[in-house]
Design a protein around this ligand. Structure first.
Ligand SMILES: [Zn+2]
Length: 283
């Protein structure tokens, strides 16, 4: 499955200036909107939104079971992020979502370039044969084609919001698998933070209203290197930030995504109000 936005990439001339506009959605008080028509109060980021491939990485399509599994993307995360964006846009007047166009198996956009799991050759019980034995040039090409333009795009969207007078909350949206190495996970909603825990703690304080079994820093934490996007984009500007992880069996269908988004949105909105009412750290 190719992605229309970057399917024209030919693998020989990686560019950081391509058109990534198709990876940005926005919602205002009355529903979907053009991103540049709004100034977002909250920015959602979905680094594992897609299991799509594009040339020159179409070899991943030879393993359909792998590409439909959680190792290739976060099932349900994009649908949840969009439903959440619509809820938060209606409530705040402006919400924005930036989402990845290609599979995390080509480049995991929530990993720093020096990490081998940015292009994993093993993920849980899956052996990613397409990523075994990658040389430096191959890793460099993927970083230049995907990591740099994605994060440049996120950076540009946040810089735009700051320049236009808002300090948006930054929330990354992920999903996790109900079992891990055969062990069931009972946590349903994980809220993860890095060095600035205030917003995550505020969402946690309102999480009983969601009806979900919620835990802080589960099933992952910053020690697992999952807060890379927050470190790149939220912490330098002292923006309120958190990573949200939903168990993927709870957001498998569009109806479930709509339901969970409606349950999460009030907790997030109250947390946004809490951090606005609190002291405002400045860079
Ligand atoms: Zn994820």
């Amino acid at each position: 499955m190719s992605h229309p936005d970057i399917a024209t990439f030919d693998g020989t001339s990686p560019s950081v200036t391509g058109d990534w506009s198709g990876t940005c959605d926005a919602w205002g008080a009355t529903g979907a909107a053009q991103p540049d028509a709004l100034v977002p109060q909250i920015m959602l980021i979905c680094e594992h939104a897609s299991n799509a491939t594009a040339p020159p990485w179409a070899q991943f399509d030879d393993a359909p079971a792998q590409m439909s599994a959680h190792v290739a993307s976060d099932p349900g995360a994009l649908g949840l992020a969009r439903a959440l964006g619509e809820n938060l846009g209606r409530a705040t007047g402006a919400a924005e979502l930036v989402h990845a166009p290609l599979s995390r198996l080509i480049y995991d956009l929530n990993r720093s370039p020096e990490r081998m799991d940015a292009m994993p050759s093993v993920s849980e019980t899956f052996h990613i044969t397409q990523n075994q034995g990658l040389d430096t040039a191959q890793r460099m090409a993927r970083m230049q084609a995907l990591y740099l333009p994605f994060h440049n795009h996120v950076r540009a969207r946040i810089a735009r919001a700051l320049l236009l007078g808002t300090r948006p909350c930054i929330v990354t949206i992920h999903s996790f698998t109900p079992t891990w190495y055969g062990q069931p996970r009972d946590v349903e909603f994980g809220i993860i933070h890095d060095d600035a825990p205030e917003f995550a703690q505020a969402i946690l304080a309102h999480s009983p209203d969601t009806g979900l079994t919620t835990r802080l820093n589960e099933p992952y934490s910053a020690a697992d290197h999952v807060t890379h996007t927050l470190r790149l984009h939220a912490l330098p500007y002292f923006l309120p930030n958190a990573m949200l992880e939903l168990r993927n069996d709870l957001i498998a269908s569009a109806a479930q995504q709509t339901d969970i988004a409606a349950r999460l949105a009030p907790a997030i909105l109250r947390a946004m109000q809490n951090v606005k009412d609190g002291p405002c750290p400045q860079p």
